[in-house]
Design a protein around this ligand. Structure first.
Ligand code: ATP
Length: 349
């Protein structure tokens, strides 16, 4: 599965978002927009000052620890909650003023989907297909079949995973412009998870925009082209997955007390020392962008035991979770000097 970067890139950076916010001709590329959105309970901010936009065709990942504010954000977008600050629009419709119109454009799988227990699977699909303006019973049945769900079983007698499959068949039937999935693969076995993620990619290929909230980082990596990290009710970081895939981390040993980064690579390489003994310094080199010139430079260094790995979403997630800065060009986890191993190792050796 190849994550894609939306060539329209309507929300690539704040400048561009600002431009789009002021340019009605470009508004068609934006499916969802939040401006200073917030939800306060008493003196607690479940969500605070959240501004973001999601472009047409994005699979937009929402990440964050338990209680970070993901569900609050989704419920504000759908008008189930009233914001205490700011506003959200979906396809240009204000989520608070006209939540019914918003919900007509959205298929939403909540994290705690509840289904009528007395009904059989097929009855549930019929019920929801009739209720939703984009309802498509045939499509819902196809999804159920693909997920190998027996639709003759009553909901009350279904296992947790079967109920999740049924909820997915309900939600993946209507071909709404926007699909919001909160933990869609919860309680599913690995094979079904893969099938569900493929359905998400199919939805994107059919021109739909998807918001996917998940705690499973590999799922976000495999499907999303953009990701937002929430932390303690704040939008802590946003990134394109294509930028992440251009980043690599190398771990190696060196005898050298300092490593000079050539001017041409400054900003694309970040070096830090992890451990030092009397003989060796263990260093980490984080890279961003074209590896060609970086590899040439690395080849010129006297390094031993080199290990190269892609920079995974987990690394970013952990940095964000710990409240550490995530630099635009390179992800750093400590305020260390960029080109001095000696400076960093001195305290430890
Ligand atoms: N009605 C409410 N009254 C007070 N606090 C609330 C209310 N609803 C949610 N919260 C709080 O808001 C915060 C954000 O909750 P939210 O459900 O948005 O988190 P989440 O990121 O979806 O978490 P999870 O990953 O566990 O689903 C939590 O601290 C939660 O306790």
């Amino acid at each position: 599965m190849n994550p894609i970067k939306n060539p329209i890139a309507p929300c690539a950076d704040d400048l561009q978002s600002t431009k789009l916010a002021q340019d009605p001709e470009s508004a068609g590329d934006i499916v969802l927009r939040c401006e200073g959105l917030g939800k306060r309970y008493g003196d607690f901010d479940a969500l605070r000052d959240c501004s973001l936009c999601v472009g047409a065709g994005d699979i937009f990942g929402l990440l964050g620890p338990n209680g970070a504010g993901k569900t609050t954000l989704i419920r504000l977008l759908l008008g189930y909650l009233h914001p205490t600050h700011g506003r959200a629009t979906v396809l240009g419709i204000d989520a608070e003023d006209d939540s019914v119109a918003v919900r007509r454009q959205v298929a939403y799988l909540p994290g705690d989907a509840r289904l009528p227990r007395h009904m059989r699977g097929d009855g549930v699909l019929k019920f929801f297909a009739e209720m939703h303006p984009y309802g498509d019973l045939q499509r819902s049945r196809e999804v159920a079949e693909l997920l190998e769900l027996d639709l003759k079983t009553r909901v009350a007698f279904m296992s947790t995973g079967m109920r999740q499959k049924l909820a997915l068949a309900v939600v993946l039937g209507p071909q709404t412009p926007l699909l919001i999935l909160d933990e869609p693969t919860a309680n599913l076995d690995p094979t079904v998870r893969t099938a569900v993620l493929q359905l998400v990619l199919d939805a994107r290929d059919n021109g739909r925009t998807v918001i996917l909230s998940s705690h499973v980082l590999s799922e976000i990596e495999d499907t999303c082209n953009r990701v937002a990290f929430l932390r303690r009710g704040r939008l802590a970081h946003e990134m394109w997955m294509s930028d992440l895939f251009q980043r690599h981390r190398m771990t190696a040993l060196t005898r050298a007390a300092s490593i000079e980064i050539p001017d041409s690579l400054k900003g694309a390489v970040h070096v830090r020392t992890r451990e030092s003994t009397h003989a060796y310094h263990q260093i980490q080199i984080d890279t961003a962008g074209d590896l060609g010139p970086i590899l040439k430079w690395i080849d010129s260094l006297d390094l031993k035991q080199i290990r190269f790995e892609p920079y995974g979403l987990r690394t970013v997630y952990e940095a964000v979770h710990a409240g550490e800065p995530v630099a635009t060009a390179l992800i750093t986890d400590a305020p260390v000097a960029e080109n001095s191993v000696a400076e960093n190792s001195g305290a430890r050796s």
